[in-house]
Unconditional design. Structure first.
Length: 145
């Protein structure tokens, strides 16, 4: 039962990353055009901080699963990705410092914002690598269902 829950959450995590790429794409387009990104109901509900909260929750569940079962999951990847997401979430919640999408697009569209644009591209690349790990986790969990 726990394996099924983790498998389903892993599939949701892959979908969450697709949603993140949509948001990052909106930010990139808005920054290039120097306008505020579109605020659809999708982006209002699933803002950057909500994505991070869900990812932190997922990695806590995944870490508990990894520690309590004899699974074939990649332990180092589970631990490192979990530490990055839970640590990032805790730090940002404590500081309340994650800006709204409009503020990020405004900063990314500014003349001195090449560093921020590189950061957003780095986040997209990190998420792409993370999706590969998530796909591997789903692949490993599939036979245990």
């Amino acid at each position: 039962m726990f394996a099924t829950l983790v498998f389903l959450l892993t599939l949701v995590m892959i979908l969450v990353h697709v949603g993140e790429w949509v948001l990052l794409g909106q930010l990139a387009r808005a920054a290039r055009q120097r306008i505020a990104p579109a605020r659809s109901p999708f982006t209002r509900v699933l803002g950057l901080m909500n994505f991070l909260r869900f990812e932190a929750f997922y990695y806590v569940v995944l870490l508990v699963f990894w520690l309590t079962t004899e699974s074939l999951l990649p332990g180092v990847a589970v631990f490192l990705l979990g530490a990055v997401h839970v640590g990032g979430w805790a730090a940002l919640e404590r500081k309340q410092s994650l800006p709204r999408l409009e503020a990020v697009a405004t900063m990314a569209g500014g003349p001195e914002a090449s560093g921020l644009r590189r950061l957003l591209a780095g986040i997209a690349a990190f998420d792409a690598a993370e999706v590969l790990v998530l796909a591997f986790i789903a692949y490993r969990l599939w036979p245990t269902l």
